[in-house]
Each structure stands twice: as structure tokens, then as C-alpha cells.
Write a protein that binds this ligand. Sequence first.
Ligand code: NAD
Ligand code: GLY
Length: 383
Amino acid sequence: MCLPVFSQARPFASSLFPVAHTFSIDLAERSYPITIAAGLLSNPATYATLPKAAVALIVTNTTVAPLYADALRAALALNYAQVHLVALPDGEEHKNWQTLNLIFDALLRHGCDRKTVLFALGGGVIGDMTGFAAASYMRGVPFVQVPTTLLAQVDSSVGGKTAINHPLGKNMIGAFYQPQLVVCDLATLDTLPKRELSAGLAEIIKYGPIADMDFMVWLEDHMDDLLARDRTALAHAVRRSCEIKAWVVGQDEREAGLRAILNFGHTFGHAIEAGMGYGAWLHGEGVGAGMVMAAELSCRMGLVDDAFVARLKVLVQRAGLPLRGAVLDAADNAGRYLELMRVDKKAEAGEIRFVLIDGPGRACVRAAPDALVREVIDACCAG
Ligand code: NAD
Ligand code: GLY
């Protein structure tokens, strides 16, 4: 059955803006501001409205720490008597129990109490793990997202999904736990490797087909500007993505229905990530190829036409993302995909449910016959 339609009609009027923009994600007592501009991270005023506490813990990784930890520490020093830092090993392959435990070690070693505020400084891996640590340390302490990748700014820092991976399934262990504030400092994107920029573009592109065809047209017109890191274009893309995500999460915080559309491309993509070994493919790369596969499946189910799939492929390719899925290390590639996809959180009683495009700008969640899914995998995988 299709979810309620969310598309064509835009949830917010959106316009280009040159500098700062702050808006709220509407979740009653769990509402919080998302603020977007260059230079926010190092400005103490950014954090002025946070709950008062004596101690802050910055959670980051060994790549991001040398770039931004000193600036964040200096900004926080005006609001917190003690600012501690823990730098985790970098990479999706470290998004696990062992690394999560390093955050708990630091919290306990520094005698952190339940007012301690955690700051997630980094990409989605750091954001997801810090959020999960915040959800569980002393049964819940406040945390702030300071996303420094494009992917984290447009998706993972917003909406309160926190998790670690399990060898058998991506993001399978976690909690819904909302931050107090999201600080998207566009200046941090200057140091992002090109491959990571492309990975972030995947999560931006997804908002068009599922929700906002005007945004898809804008992306078609401005993809080159985004790749060139034009600040104005990036600001608009981050803002519009966060607006759409906030609108969806505001209606369905715990993914009872509508929120699943944000997983367009993810069912195939997660299978690639887990099947190839975490870290081999970037999350956004899996989503890029996964969106093409999901669109192809939508087409074979009669929901969209070939022209739409072709249009999406052009955008994915222009973003520098893989168009074709990975061939997994198995005698039966499609069978291995199916096996991995049955572990997906949307699966029900072993039946895989896909986010499909139900006409441009509209998404639905449906099961599909295994034979058809096999056809799509065979047609869409490299090799
Ligand atoms: P990531 O966190 O691994 O960061 C990518 C790389 O960029 C890392 O090597 C990191 O150290 C480096 N980096 C970060 N900021 C940098 C900067 N400013 N300059 C230079 N290097 C920088 O990957 P990601 O793409 O940000 O996030 C992917 C993760 O997010 C996945 O684990 C995925 O499951 C998760 N995710 C979660 C949600 C959610 O709703 N919670 C949504 C989408 C994705
Ligand atoms: N990234 C999907 C979600 O937040 O629901």
C-alpha cells in the first residue's frame, strides 16, 4: 500500500539566501533549531541557547580533530568550565560497539554527569555514534550535532536516528534520540574530499524524486555549482534538504510510515555497504547506485517511465556517483542482495519493502516479486 502522498505540493516556500538561515524542526518538546551558515562552528554565540552545564565532551575522529576541534573547543570554553575531547578512529568500519565504548570510557573517565553536553563534530558516522552514546549514557544526556560533511549536513544530523552497525546489518542497533541543536557550518565543506562531496550529493538528490520536483530541476541547473562548492548553491541545497527532512520527520518521527520515503535507494545501498564490507563503498555511493536500482524497479512495476529513470541517472552520474551496483562476493549475486536486504529495517516477516517512485516527486513503500528484483539487480550491477 502506498503511503500518503507527499510531493508536488511543497512543504515550505523556499528561496535562495546568501548567508545564515535558522529554522526549527517541529517535534513538540523535542523541537530544536537547525542553523546553516559559514563560520558558525567557531562562534560562541552559536551555542548560547544550550542548557547550562559545567562539562562538554567533543566527540570527533582522528581526521576531523586536527581541522576543527581547536576552534570548537575555544568557542565552547566560554560556556563550559571543562571541555574534553575524544577522537575516535575514522571510518564506517569503526561504527561498532568497540568504538562506541570509547565514548563511554571518556565520559566515565572525565566524571561526566547527566548534564554533560556531547558535541558530535564530524560526519554521519560520528553523529550516529555520538547520538547513540548520548541516548544511553546515564539513560540520556543532551547532545549537539556539528556536522562537517555534506551528507551529515543534509541528512544524518537531522531527525534523531542514531545507530551503530552489526556485521549482519547496517545501522541495526540504535535509538531515536533528538539533538538539542544542529550547527551546519558551510565553511567546513571546504576541506571535504571530492569523493565525500559526491557522497553527500546522493542524499541531496534523493529529496527531488521522493518529494520535490522543483528541487530536482534546481539540482539539474546547479549541479556544477555544487561540485565547485559555490557557497550560495551549497547553502540552498543544505537548507532545502533540511527543510524537507524536517517536514517529514515532524510528521513521522519514529518512522511509522511516511519517514520511510527518506530511505529511497537505501535498501539496495545498504546491501552494497554490508555485502562489500563497511567502508569499501561510501554510504552515499551505495545510495547513488541504490536510487538507480530503486527507480529501475519502480519503472518495471509501471510506476514511472523510462524517461524519469534516465533523468535520474544523468543527475547521479553528474554528481560523480556510481550508476551501477556492486557485484558481491557470492556465486549468486542477486541472491546475496536479497539475503542482505531481508535484514533491512523496513522488512516485515522476511518480506523486503522498497521505497519506490510512484510518479515524479512521489514515493511509496511496497514489496516486489523476488523475480523482478533479481532482474533489476542483474541489469544494474557492474561486471
Ligand atoms: P563519515 O562520517 O565517514 O565522513 C566521511 C569522511 O569525511 C570521514 O573520513 C571523515 O573523517 C571525513 N570528514 C568529515 N568532515 C570532514 C571535513 N570537513 N573535511 C575533511 N574530511 C572530513 O561519512 P558521512 O558520509 O558523513 O556519513 C555516513 C554515515 O551516516 C553512515 O554511517 C550512514 O549510515 C549515516 N547516516 C545516518 C543518517 C541518519 O539519519 N542518522 C542518515 C544518512 C546517513
Ligand atoms: N536518513 C533516513 C532518515 O533519517 O529517516
